[in-house]
Design a protein around this ligand. Structure first.
Ligand SMILES: Cc1cc2nc3c(=O)[nH]c(=O)nc-3n(C[C@H](O)[C@H](O)[C@H](O)COP(=O)(O)O)c2cc1C
Length: 182
C-alpha cells in the first residue's frame, strides 16, 4: 500500500498541551501507511492582507508546502471560548489564501481534548463549518472529544482508557479508507 502523507496541526502551542499528547497518541495508533509531518504554527504572525500582498511570511510558506504535499490533514485542538483557538484559526486563514488552496478536496480528521465536560465539541463543529468553505472533506465518525483531560492521560502522556485508543485507531483507519474513496 502506498504511503499516505498526513499533515498534523495542533491548536495549542503549550509545551505540556493535552492536545499535543493526543496528537502524538494518534500518530502512534495510526495504521502504518499514514506518514505524518507536524505543522509548526509557533511563529505565525497575525493575518494581515498588506503583509500577504508583499509576500507570504517564510514560516507560512513552509507550512503551506507541507499542506500542499499532504494527502490528508489531522487537526487536534483545544476549544477556546466555545470555538477555535486563535492560533489555529489564524493559521488556517493564512493557508486559505494560497492558490491553489491546500485544503481543497482533502480528507480532514478532527479530534480534541479539554479539561471540561464537553471535550471540545463546540470548537469541532465550528471547525467543520470552516472546512466546508475550504471544500475539504471532514471525516464524520468516530468523533473524538475527550473530556476531563487531566485524568485521561498518564504521566507519560499516554491515554489511560483503551476505549479511547480504539476510537482513535478507528478514526485513523477511516481517514485512510476515505482517501481511497474521495
Ligand atoms: C482563552 C481560553 C479559553 C478557553 N475556553 C474553553 C472552552 O470554551 N471550553 C473548554 O472546554 N475549555 C476552555 N479552555 C480551557 C482549555 O480547554 C484548557 O486550557 C486546555 O488545557 C487547553 O488545551 P491544551 O492542554 O492542549 O493546551 C480555555 C482556555 C483558554 C486559555
Amino acid at each position: 500500500m502506498d504511503p499516505i502523507k498526513v499533515l498534523a496541526l495542533c491548536g495549542s502551542l503549550r509545551v505540556d498541551s493535552f492536545n499535543k499528547m493526543l496528537m502524538h497518541q494518534a500518530i502512534q495508533l495510526a495504521p502504518k501507511e499514514l506518514q505524518f509531518s507536524l505543522g509548526v504554527l509557533d511563529d505565525f504572525p497575525l493575518y494581515n492582507e498588506d503583509v500577504k500582498n508583499s509576500g507570504f511570511p517564510e514560516c507560512v510558506d513552509e507550512l503551506n508546502k507541507h499542506l500542499v504535499n499532504a494527502d490528508a490533514i489531522l487537526i487536534v485542538t483545544p476549544e477556546y471560548n466555545y470555538s477555535i483557538p486563535g492560533v489555529l484559526k489564524n493559521a488556517i486563514d493564512w493557508l486559505s489564501r494560497y492558490e491553489p488552496q491546500g485544503f481543497y478536496n482533502k480528507p480532514v480528521a478532527i479530534m480534541g481534548a479539554s479539561p471540561g465536560r464537553m471535550g471540545t465539541c463546540r470548537c469541532q463543529y465550528h471547525l467543520r463549518q470552516v472546512m466546508v468553505f475550504l471544500k475539504a472533506w471532514v471525516l464524520n465518525e468516530p468523533e473524538i472529544m475527550i473530556s476531563d483531560a487531566p485524568s485521561a492521560f498518564d504521566q507519560q502522556g499516554r491515554l489511560v482508557d483503551k476505549r479511547i485508543e480504539k476510537l482513535i485507531q478507528n478514526q485513523m483507519q477511516n481517514l485512510s479508507k476515505m482517501l481511497r474513496t474521495v
